[in-house]
Design a protein around this ligand. Structure first.
Ligand SMILES: *Cc1c(COP(=O)(O)O)cnc(C)c1O
Length: 360
């Protein structure tokens, strides 16, 4: 029998979240962000459901190659652009849309002898100060790119630093609109947070990521409140039960000590499976359909749970680490991180099962 841990990827949930993104997007087209191997879900696993997007956004050429080979015919954006000339050749060959975020990337494209023109996304740094041209260089760059024989079409883009928090998008939006004023090129601005909260950022192309996987981009609004459904669930089982006397402790560092007689379940899931090692005692977990909490330090292969609320639970009891009953965002908040990180960190050793949309 295989070790009982398993992740399930629910494609009906992905389809539901994509449909919700589309409703928020109005007439804008949707680029499904599937970087980081579809936020840990597996690019090829989610592709059957992501086919309904107008385009995909990835980082590595290899991911774009896999999506094309799997039959994706829509636009595929390379969010960090091409890293060298070979990438550019492949981008042309596969009809990819690289981001141009620096003068160096624009010059490389201008020098390239390419067999047919490609789409590009010209990126403005509107205040995040990660990738993108400064406003002062943007107009000249746009004029240059629009006239390049290598370029078929241009989408103007920027990325928000604060769409998920109180600061919002107003400042960056004003910088962007000033920098592009007079241009009629299509625009792409919105990540999930902007798409959900700021309709004025929709424009022609939106770029939702996290919401497609059913997790929230916000600290103050849950995925459930947003109408999103989790795509990944991580489940395992209790593989041992210990009965503690008052004063006895659990696991490495003896960080948890029982104050009263207590049954605890040992679950086959640890940080080498992608569960956060920083999850403190009390992090929510479902055992045999009942909500309880973790106890003690998460170790490489196991973690412990309090069986007090589920006295009937024994070896073999089903455990949901995250999924529909325990949102990944709750585990993340308890552990001082965000759902994004936990989803992306699902370990390769965890077997994954895909539930096709029709099975739902
Ligand atoms: C990751 C990313 C997105 C998607 O962000 P979410 O918060 O996951 O919706 C959009 N645009 C760019 C440039 C990104 O890097």
């Amino acid at each position: 029998m295989p070790r009982p841990i398993c992740a399930t990827i629910d494609l009906a949930a992905f389809a539901h979240n994509l449909a919700l993104a589309r409703r928020c997007a109005g007439s804008a087209r949707v680029l499904a962000v599937v970087k980081a191997d579809a936020y840990g879900h597996g690019l090829l696993r989610v592709l059957p459901a992501a086919q309904r997007a107008d385009g995909l956004a990835v980082l590595e050429i290899e991911a774009a190659v896999r999506a094309r080979e799997a039959g994706f015919v829509g636009r595929i954006v390379l969010l960090e652009g091409c890293f060298d000339e070979r990438d550019l050749e492949q981008a042309v060959h596969l009809d990819l849309t690289p981001v141009l975020h620096s003068a160096g990337q624009i010059d490389a494209l201008a020098r390239a002898a390419i067999e047919r023109p490609i789409g590009v996304m010209l990126k403005l740094n509107s205040g995040m100060n990660r990738l993108g041209l400064r406003a002062a260089q943007f107009r000249t760059a746009l004029a240059q790119v629009e006239h390049m024989a290598q370029v078929r079409d241009v989408i103007l883009m920027s990325h928000f630093a604060n769409a998920d928090d109180q600061r919002g998008v107003a400042h960056q939006l004003a910088v962007f609109d000033a920098a592009i004023s007079g241009s009629t090129q299509p625009v792409s601005l919105a990540n999930s947070a902007a798409l959900l909260r700021y309709p004025q950022t929709q424009r022609q192309w939106v770029r939702p990521g996290i919401m497609l996987y059913g997790a929230t981009p916000f600290a103050d609004q849950s995925a459930g409140e947003l109408g999103l459904v989790p795509v990944m669930s991580l489940a395992s089982r209790v593989i041992a039960v210990q009965t503690l006397a008052p004063g006895e402790s659990v696991g490495y560092g003896a960080s948890f000590t029982a104050a009263r007689p207590m049954r605890i379940g040992v679950v086959a899931c640890g940080y080498a499976d992608g569960y956060p090692r920083h999850a403190p005692s009390g992090t929510p977990v479902m055992v045999a359909g009942q909500r309880t909490g973790t106890v003690g330090r998460v170790s490489m292969d196991m973690l412990c749970v309090d069986l007090t609320p589920v006295p009937a639970a024994d070896v073999g009891a089903e455990v949901e680490l995250w999924g529909r009953a325990v949102p990944v965002d709750e585990v993340a908040t308890s552990s001082g991180t965000v759902g994004y990180e936990l989803l992306c960190a699902l370990a390769p050793r965890v077997p994954v099962r895909v539930r096709a949309a029709a099975e739902a």
